[in-house]
Design a protein around this ligand. Structure first.
Ligand code: NAP
Length: 310
């Protein structure tokens, strides 16, 4: 009997995923039935996205894996009914999008582009920006996305200071970990990029004390999760001019409320959670490979560790 995949990530998404998912499953050599509704006890795999609808995974007694279309799983990882293996999305297109977002915004601040864009040039003296090699960048998070961004920045010449939970060894990057490592990385970075998952340990990591450690005028770029940042502390650091600019893609409340001070702050750039999106063609291949593995009894890719929370 063919396995059943319940696509529970929204009707609109199903419209764009149905075809690439069918093609990817065929290419992976598996032929499940992909449905948007099914009796829970008949479901072998569930494809989910945040807000997809299923809150109680208990009745899905036959389900071999819950496959997330999102990289960040903080809204699902604490669900006590979700006892099946949970796999997050690690997707080449997601990675490529994040590399473009991060390098683009790092280069904007590094080159001081704002001085010339949409403003008439007065005079002729503006000062030449330093080379990338003179601009240390901190990459908080050395996972799938952090490593890809760190590599791209290194290729552009930026010295990258990486930080992770456990010790990491990434070619060309000065890797640090733990509380001491964070102090070292923040103390030297002129641009700080946060690509950490949201967990109880990372919530409010960028607080007043962390912000005080970065050199005067440093720039913060956050495409990770909004709650990594203590918003009041960041606004205060921006007011003092200690943080020169913050480019923020993710927020505690999304959409960011109309009256939120970030929206009008002259030294904040708000982007509406567009840093990197899961793309149906590539993400479908990841889903299909995990279904193939499940059917072959092989270990799943990108399993979430419930204890770590990511
Ligand atoms: P990942 O592969 O799970 O990597 C997470 C990294 O964070 C790892 O290096 C991990 O350390 C580190 N980390 C976790 N907890 C830590 C702690 N307490 N202290 C220090 N380091 C810690 O995740 P990813 O695929 O790179 O994605 C990162 C995040 O990006 C996602 O969780 C999501 O929130 C966000 N995201 C945003 C968008 C967007 O459009 N804005 C799109 C996709 C993803 P270890 O290496 O030691 O495990």
């Amino acid at each position: 009997m063919s396995p059943v995949i319940l696509f529970s990530a929204g009707a609109e998404r199903f419209e764009v995923y149905a075809e690439p998912l069918r093609d990817a499953l065929r290419a992976a050599g598996v032929s499940p039935r992909v449905v948007t509704e099914a009796a829970p006890e008949e479901v072998d795999y569930i494809v989910v996205a945040p807000g997809s609808g299923i809150t109680d995974f208990g009745p899905y007694t036959r389900c071999k894996a819950v496959l997330s279309l999102w990289a960040g799983v903080e809204r699902m990882v604490g669900n006590p009914t979700l006892t099946q293996p949970l796999c997050r999305m690690v997707d080449t297109a997601l990675e490529a999008g994040m590399v473009e977002y991060v390098t683009g915004h790092v280069l904007r601040h590094h080159l001081g582009m704002d001085r010339f864009i949409n403003r008439p040039l007065t005079g002729w003296e503006a000062g030449v920006p330093p080379l990338a090699s003179e601009r240390p960048v901190a990459m908080l998070g050395l996972g799938a996305l952090g490593r890809a961004c760190a590599r791209a920045l290194t290729e552009l010449g930026f010295p990258v200071l990486g930080w992770s939970r456990s010790p990491r060894d990434v070619a060309g990057i000065a890797c640090h970990h733990g509380a001491e490592g964070l102090a070292e990385v923040l103390g030297r970075a002129q641009i700080v990029v946060t690509l950490l998952p949201l967990t109880p340990q990372t919530e409010n990591l960028i607080d007043a004390a962390a912000l005080a450690r970065v050199p005067q005028g440093a720039v913060l770029i956050n495409p990770g999760r909004g709650a990594l940042i203590d918003d009041d502390a960041l606004l205060a650091a921006l007011e003092r001019g200690h943080i020169g600019h913050a480019t923020l893609d993710v927020f505690r409340t999304e959409p960011l409320p109309e009256d939120h001070p970030y929206r009008t702050h002259p030294h904040v750039t708000v982007t509406p959670h567009i840093a990197a999106a899961t793309r149906p063609e590539t993400a479908s291949r990841v889903i299909a490979e995990n279904v193939r593995r499940g059917e072959a009894g092989e270990p799943f890719l990108h399993l979430v560790d419930r204890d770590r929370g990511y």
